[in-house]
Design a protein around this ligand. Structure first.
Ligand code: SAH
Length: 492
């Protein structure tokens, strides 16, 4: 963040914070306060607790504030470097829990949160930082991790770093007064933190969810109770095609017996004429998965479409689809630029999901081979390929590492390997096959730069050098950072 490009964006970022993203939430600022009641705290964690005045010396990779206490480095959520605060520290056995009681002097990087419950909801770990400070924090994380390989480019930020999620879920339940509530689970629990609006959800999606909550009493629809197994509605999932404007509403229920279904659908459509399809998903599982197997279309096609980099994708309730399409376009454009395609190349799109990167790359490549473990995603990739009239892409279901080992054993060649593995990164089988296949370029897209750095180290030891490292802010307000790197074969 020391370069000109980012300095230039400083003003506009501040402006966005003040005028755009939180505009809809204005007026609720006063409501913000930290959890100041140590008794609540004691009750929640048990054990012994003390309040200490501490000063924050830095941030962890998850965006938590680091401070020193009795010679030990501890961390606490929602504290920024340079800030002094009263922190409640409780010990239970080997575990130490920390919670802010009061910030005594706040940093100029602090952004006043519009709702106190954002602090507890886990989803937005760093929304208390101004967007400029978030970008600096992510840049620093990437710079540190990638230091052995070169100097990363300035992070690609988002113009309006709010409201971006195209997939939004809220969970339903009853509070102590037996009123219907909906919101997100507190981290690592099944306790619902009531929430009307999330900074990063699509605003229309949150509006629809609130309408559903308001309709439940008159339709005698009970929220599901995990302890008793009684009730009906567990979650509502709203998917929005950010470019197409299409909206899918999925009611996730404990049973398929949906009394008053037609009237419910009619009333919701009347309130939100923009809804293009509605589904009932039946989930009687006891784990944390939102969606169950069984699905019934209540109206419309049961899917929505959206465009990404000029291609059209059909999305079902269960499809994997990048949640921030505006930044995804920037990420894919960069990844394809790094592939340096001329129209001749054989490109491997490993860990391809529903084939988005590969299909976009196919426009500029000789041929594309996509590999993906998830059967449903491969089906979507093939369907999307036909939908867009793509003739030079093939998608295979299987383990990317195994597929590459077989390709290497058959002596096949690839010019470019693009990989976008899950958070755990790639594996030995995959990486060693890359070094056998010897593609001229490897484009590594990652949502976890730690495992990316580990895998890049292997490739560098085995004949590759790093040309470019580009962080992209795909998940503003959260501590997650995406990064795409270009590696080239040294003797090519
Ligand atoms: N490139 C896609 C998806 C990236 S997410 C996109 O941008 O949308 C990572 C994908 O890797 C997931 O779809 C997951 O199902 C898949 N995956 C996980 N382990 C895998 C493995 N061993 N082999 C192939 N694919 C795998």
């Amino acid at each position: 963040m020391t370069n000109r490009k980012n300095k230039g964006s400083k003003k506009s970022v501040k402006k966005q914070n003040k005028h755009k993203g939180k505009q809809a939430l204005q007026g609720s600022k006063k409501k913000h306060k930290f959890n100041t009641n140590p008794n609540t705290h004691r009750k929640r964690h048990g054990g012994k607790s003390v309040t200490a005045e501490v000063t924050c010396s830095g941030l962890t990779n998850e965006g938590k504030g680091i401070f020193l206490w009795e010679g030990k480095e501890l961390e606490v959520e929602n504290l920024l470097p340079g800030e002094t605060a009263e922190v409640i520290i409780s010990r239970k056995g080997r575990f130490t829990k920390t919670e802010i009681k009061r910030v005594i002097n706040s940093s100029e990087d602090r952004d006043i949160p519009p709702h106190s419950y954002y602090y507890e909801s886990g989803g937005c770990q760093i929304h208390h930082m101004s967007y400029e400070a978030q970008a600096r924090f992510k840049q620093k994380t990437i710079d540190k991790l990638m230091k052995p390989f070169g100097k990363p480019e300035p992070i690609i930020t988002m113009d309006h770093p709010y409201d971006y999620r195209n997939k939004n879920t809220m969970t339903f339940g009853l509070n102590k007064k037996r009123q219907v509530i909906c919101g997100l689970y507190a981290p690592n629990t099944h306790q619902i933190i009531p929430m009307e609006r999330s900074l990063i959800h699509d605003p229309k999606a949150d509006e629809i969810i609130q309408t559903i909550k308001g309709m439940m009493n008159s339709f005698k629809m009970q929220p599901y109770n995990e302890d008793t197994g009684r009730g009906f509605l567990r979650h509502v999932l709203v998917r929005v095609g950010k470019n197409s404007g299409e909206i899918m509403v999925v009611l996730v229920a404990a049973s398929s017996m949906f009394k008053g279904k037609n009237n419910f659908v009619k009333a919701l459509r009347k309130a939100h004429p923009g809804i293009t399809t509605m589904l009932l998903n039946v989930n009687n599982r006891s784990d944390s998965m939102v969606l169950g197997e069984q699905e019934k279309v209540l109206f419309g096609k049961g899917t929505i479409t959206d465009t990404l980099c000029g291609l059209e994708f059909q999305i079902s309730a269960k499809s994997f689809y990048q949640i921030n399409p505006i930044q995804t376009e920037k990420l894919y454009t960069k990844a394809i630029e790094m592939a340096e395609l001329t129209g001749e190349e054989t490109v491997i799109d490993a860990y391809c999901g529903i084939g988005t990167i590969g299909l976009v790359a196919s426009q500029k490549a000789g041929k594309v081979i996509g590999i993906e473990l998830n059967k449903g995603a491969v089906r979507d990739a093939i369907r999307n390929s036909k939908r867009n009239g793509v003739k030079n892409a093939r998608f295979y279901q299987g383990d990317a590492g195994e597929y590459m080992v077989q390709m290497a054993a058959r002596g096949e060649h690839a010019d470019v390997v693009i990989l976008d593995p899950p958070r755990s990164g790639s594996d030995q089988a995959f990486l060693s096959s890359v070094t056998k296949l010897k593609p001229e370029r490897v484009v590594y897209v990652s949502c976890n730069p730690e495992t990316q750095a580990r895998d890049m180290k292997y490739l560098i030891k085995n004949g590759y050098k790093v040309e470019e490292i580009q962080p992209v802010d795909m998940f503003p307000q959260t501590a997650h950072v995406e990064c795409v790197s270009q590696l080239i074969l040294k003797d090519s």
